[in-house]
Design a protein around this ligand. Structure first.
Ligand code: APR
Length: 309
C-alpha cells in the first residue's frame, strides 16, 4: 500500500504522521514545493519509528516521480484561511494549486483514489474530479467526518458526556450551507431533543458551522489541523483496508435525496473502490430541503471553478 500526501504544511504533515503511525501502509510520500521541508519532516518522522513502533517508510520529495503508482493520494496543498476570511476567499488561489497538483498526481498514479482536503472543500473536490477525469467514485473530499466530530464535541461538552457516546451527523457543504442533522443525533442512545432544548440545539448547530472559524480566530495564522488530519487519515484507512465503513464524505451525488450532479457532503460507504455507495438516510423534510438548497448553491460554485482549470 502506497499513499501520497501533497502539501507538507500543518494539515499534510500531521496526516502523514497519523497514517505512518497507524502502520498499515508500506510507504507514505509527502510532496511540497518548498525545498527541504518534506524531506526534513519525513526524516524526523522516520526517526520516531523505533519509539512509536511502526514500519511505514516516510519519504519527502519535491517531485512527483517518487509518488508513482500510489494507491491513494491526499491533496492538502493550498493556502489556509486567515482570521476574518471565509473558505470561499481561498477559491481562486487554491483552484490553481489543486488543478496543477491533480494533473501531476494522476499522470503517474492513474489508478489511485483521490482524497481532497484543500478549501473551499466542495469546490476543490469537484475540480480535482474534473481535472483527473477519474470515475466519480474515485474522488472524494474530507469535510463531514470533521464537521461531525466537531458537532459531537460540542454536544458532549454541553451535556457532560464522552464524544464517543454521541452519534451525530452533518451533511451539505463544508461552509455556509453545512447541514447539521439533529434528527440523527443521539447521546448515550437518547434522542438529542430529549436531552436539550431546541434553543440549545440551534446554538450547538451554529457552533459546529463556525467550528473552523473559531480556531482560525484563535490561532491568528493558519487553520485547524489536528481534528482535520484525524478525519482525513480515517478516510484513507477505510480505503486502504477496504473497511466499508459508513461515514459522511464529500461525494458525487446523482439521484440520492433527489439531488443530481454535485459533489456534496453525504453519508457513504467507503472501501477499496472509493465511494462504494451514497447512503440515503431517513432525515426530516426540513433537513432534506436544506440539503437540496446546499446542493444548488454548491453546484453553482463548482461550475464557476472550472474557469481555473
Ligand atoms: N504543490 C505542493 N505543495 C504546495 C503547493 C503546490 N503547488 N502550493 C502550496 N503548497 C504547500 C505549501 O508550501 C505548504 O507547505 O501547501 C502547504 C500548506 O500548508 P499550510 O500553509 O500549513 O496549510 P494547512 O494548514 O496544511 O492547510 C492546507 O487544508 O484545511 C485546508 O484551508 C486549508 O486549504 C488549506 C489546506
Amino acid at each position: 500500500m502506497k499513499i501520497t500526501v501533497v502539501g507538507a504544511g500543518f494539515y499534510g504533515s500531521t496526516t502523514v504522521q497519523r497514517i505512518a503511525e497507524a502502520n498499515y501502509a508500506d510507504e507514505v510520500v509527502m510532496v511540497d514545493i518548498l525545498e527541504g521541508k518534506p524531506q526534513g519532516l519525513a526524516l524526523d518522522m522516520m526517526q520516531a519509528r523505533s519509539i512509536e513502533d511502526f514500519d511505514t517508510r516516510v519519504v519527502g520529495s519535491n517531485s512527483y516521480e517518487e509518488t508513482a503508482n500510489s494507491d491513494i493520494c491526499v491533496i492538502t496543498a493550498g493556502l489556509p484561511r486567515k482570521p476574518g476570511m471565509s473558505r470561499m476567499d481561498l477559491l481562486e488561489v487554491n483552484a490553481k494549486i489543486v488543478s496543477e497538483v491533480t494533473r501531476s498526481l494522476v499522470e503517474v498514479s492513474p489508478n489511485s483514489i483521490l482524497v481532497i482536503v484543500s478549501n473551499p472543500l466542495d469546490e476543490m473536490t469537484a475540480l480535482a474530479a474534473k481535472v483527473s477525469g477519474f470515475a466519480p467514485e474515485r474522488v472524494m473530499g474530507q469535510a463531514g467526518m470533521l464537521d461531525t466530530a466537531r458537532f459531537k464535541h460540542f454536544v458532549a461538552e454541553k451535556v457532560g458526556a464522552r464524544p464517543q457516546d454521541v452519534v451525530a451527523l452533518t451533511l451539505g457543504s463544508h461552509g455556509e450551507t453545512m447541514v447539521p442533522v439533529p434528527s440523527q443525533v443521539t447521546v448515550q442512545g437518547k434522542a438529542l431533543s430529549d436531552v436539550l432544548t431546541a434553543g440549545d440545539i440551534e446554538e450547538l448547530v451554529q457552533k459546529t458551522r463556525d467550528g473552523g472559524a473559531e480556531i482560525v480566530g484563535l490561532l491568528k495564522t493558519g487553520s485547524a489541523y489536528y481534528a482535520p488530519s484525524s478525519a482525513a487519515a480515517h478516510m484513507v484507512k477505510a480505503i486502504a483496508t477496504d473497511s466499508k465503513e459508513q461515514m459522511p464524505v464529500c461525494a458525487m451525488v446523482n439521484g440520492e435525496y433527489g439531488i443530481n450532479d454535485v459533489y456534496l457532503g453525504v453519508p457513504a460507504i467507503i472501501g477499496a473502490k472509493g465511494v462504494e455507495k451514497v447512503v440515503e438516510l431517513d432525515i426530516t423534510d426540513e433537513e432534506k430541503n436544506e440539503l437540496v438548497q446546499a446542493g444548488d448553491t454548491v453546484r453553482a460554485k463548482q461550475a464557476d471553478v472550472e474557469q481555473f482549470i
